[in-house]
Design a protein around this ligand. Structure first.
Ligand SMILES: *[C@@H]1O[C@H](CO)[C@@H](O)[C@H](O)[C@H]1NC(C)=O
Ligand SMILES: *[C@@H]1O[C@H](CO)[C@@H](O)[C@H](O)[C@H]1NC(C)=O
Length: 196
C-alpha cells in the first residue's frame, strides 16, 4: 500500500512545479527565441503579450510574430492615410510627396497581404519533418521576404521623391519599425527549419 504522506508530499512538490512551468516557462521561451532575431528587444516587447497562447511552440510563436507584423503594417497604412498631407486632393498629395506616399501605401497593402498569407502557410505546415512541412515553410519564407522587399521599395521611394521631404521622417520611422518586425518574424520562421 502507498504511504499517504508520500502522496501528500508529492502533491505539494508537483503542484508548484506545474504552475512554475506553465507560467514562467513561456516567458523564458520567448526571451530565448527572440535572441535569434536582429531586434530582440522589439521582439520581446510585441510577443510577451502572447505567452498563454503561444506556450512553448516555435511555430505558434512564428505565427504570432507574423500576425503582429501584419497588424502593425495595417496600422501604419492607416496612419499614413490620416496624415493631412496625404489628403484626398490629388494635387495636394502630389505636392506633398504623392508619388512616394502612394508607393508606400501600395507596398504596405502588399505587405499586409503577404504577411497574412505567411500566417496561413505556417498554419498548414503540420508536424516538423512531415511531407508538407518543407513546402509550406518555403512558401512562408518567400512571402515574408517579399514583404521585406516591399518595405524597402517604400523607403527607396521616400528617399528619391524630393516632394516627399515634408512627410519623409514620420513615414520612414514607422516603416523602419515595420521592417524590423518583419525581419524578426523571418528569423523566427527560418528557425523552424533548424530543429533537428
Ligand atoms: C491576428 O491578429 C488579429 C488582430 O489582433 C486577431 O484578430 C487574429 O485572431 C490573429 N490571428 C492569428 C492567427 O493569430
Ligand atoms: C489592398 O488593396 C486592395 C485593392 O485595392 C483592397 O481590396 C484591399 O482591401 C487592400 N488591403 C488593405 C489591407 O488595405
Amino acid at each position: 500500500m502507498e504511504n499517504p504522506s508520500r502522496l501528500i508530499l508529492l502533491f505539494f512538490v508537483l503542484i508548484p512545479c506545474f504552475f512554475g512551468l506553465t507560467f514562467s516557462a513561456p516567458a523564458e521561451f520567448i526571451h530565448s527565441s527572440c535572441k535569434v532575431t536582429q531586434y530582440p528587444t522589439l521582439c520581446e516587447k510585441y510577443l510577451s503579450v502572447y505567452p498563454p497562447a503561444v506556450q512553448r511552440s516555435p511555430s505558434q510563436l512564428a505565427k504570432a510574430a507574423l500576425n503582429v507584423t501584419a497588424n502593425r503594417a495595417l496600422a501604419v497604412s492607416n496612419f499614413i492615410k490620416r496624415m493631412p498631407v496625404s489628403g484626398k486632393d490629388p494635387t495636394e498629395r502630389k505636392s506633398h510627396g504623392g508619388g512616394a506616399v502612394r508607393d508606400c501605401l501600395e507596398t504596405l497593402n502588399d505587405s499586409v497581404d503577404r504577411l497574412r498569407r505567411s500566417v496561413t502557410e505556417v498554419e498548414r505546415m503540420g508536424r516538423y519533418g512531415s511531407r508538407s512541412f518543407k513546402w509550406h515553410l518555403s512558401n512562408a519564407q518567400t512571402w515574408v521576404s517579399a514583404a521585406l522587399t516591399d518595405q524597402n521599395t517604400c523607403l527607396d521611394s521616400l528617399l528619391q521623391d524630393k516632394s516627399a521631404a515634408g512627410v519623409r521622417v514620420p513615414i520612414r520611422r514607422q516603416i523602419v519599425a515595420v521592417s524590423q518586425l518583419t525581419s524578426n518574424a523571418l528569423a523566427l520562421v527560418n528557425r523552424l527549419d533548424s530543429r533537428n
